[in-house]
Design a protein around this ligand. Structure first.
Ligand SMILES: Cc1cc2nc3c(=O)[nH]c(=O)nc-3n(C[C@H](O)[C@H](O)[C@H](O)COP(=O)(O)O)c2cc1C
Length: 232
């Protein structure tokens, strides 16, 4: 059985195509999850809406607590890390993470950055030991078969690899860096463009993204079945 963690990061509450002014990334992530559920109804699906309820940003207390070894933390330190511990536990329990991830000012929404800052945790998702020399850190979630799907949306167009303004796109790249650092380096990306243009350009981009989402959900659910059979 797979555990799928579905995360939405758009500040827009509804879904495009259903709700007025709805979010494209919520539309894509919901589409992926519905298709996955239809193919694999027994799988567990967990949901986190950081767009509507962002995790707390890191504070001085959080940093002091996170860099104090767990065995000697004071009670207030456990309190400061409580939300982060829950988010890390949820991530550790997940096999497939599906994120609806808009581009805000060329990067991820602050809501999702707060999530990343809470799950990249020394001793929990990466290790650190100065005695190791030049590369003192190592990923703790590597070799766990975890996969990440980023379902994006942008107002402009041409942000894809090798395209006109790819150099301005720090959205997916920054998430790849952070998740790669903790050991999750199988990443799949699909994005809608032309939100600011609307009309046929947006409609075409949405059609292509919907189809790509269906193909990816089918491909990943089929390859997951194969993995289970191989390991049986
Ligand atoms: C605060 C904010 C910042 C944005 N910054 C960019 C940007 O840098 N580049 C871009 O192409 N579109 C930008 N957009 C447009 C969004 O990426 C676009 O509306 C996208 O569809 C949002 O995702 P959603 O539909 O899931 O809400 C921005 C939108 C907002 C609300």
């Amino acid at each position: 059985m797979t555990t799928l963690l579905h995360i939405d990061a758009s500040a827009r509450p509804g879904r495009s195509g259903i709700d007025p002014h709805g979010s494209h990334t919520r539309r894509l992530s919901a589409r992926f999850v519905e298709r996955w559920r239809a193919a694999r109804p027994a799988d567990l699906i967990d949901y986190l809406d950081v767009g509507q309820a962002p995790p707390a940003h890191v504070t001085g207390a959080w940093i002091q607590a996170a860099f104090t070894p767990a065995a000697v933390r004071a009670p207030w330190m456990h309190e400061a890390l409580a939300e982060s511990e829950r988010l890390v536990d949820q991530l550790v329990a997940s096999d497939l993470i599906v994120v609806g991830l808009p581009m805000y000012n060329f990067g991820v929404p602050a809501q999702f950055k707060a999530y990343i800052d809470n799950i990249v945790r020394v001793g929990r998702t990466f290790g650190f030991d100065r005695a190791r020399g030049e590369v003192p850190y190592w990923p703790l979630l590597a070799d766990a078969g975890k996969r990440l799907v980023l379902l994006g949306a942008r107002g402009d167009f041409g942000y894809g690899q090798g395209q006109r303004i790819a150099h301005l796109n720090h959205t997916e790249a920054s998430v790849r860096s952070a998740f790669g650092y903790i050991g999750i380096d199988e990443v799949h990306e699909i994005a809608v463009e032309y939100d600011e243009f609307g009309g046929e350009q947006l409609a075409q981009s949405l059609r292509e993204a919907d189809l790509a989402v269906d193909r990816l959900a089918d491909q990943l659910s089929a390859s997951h079945l194969q993995l289970i059979t191989e390991n049986a």
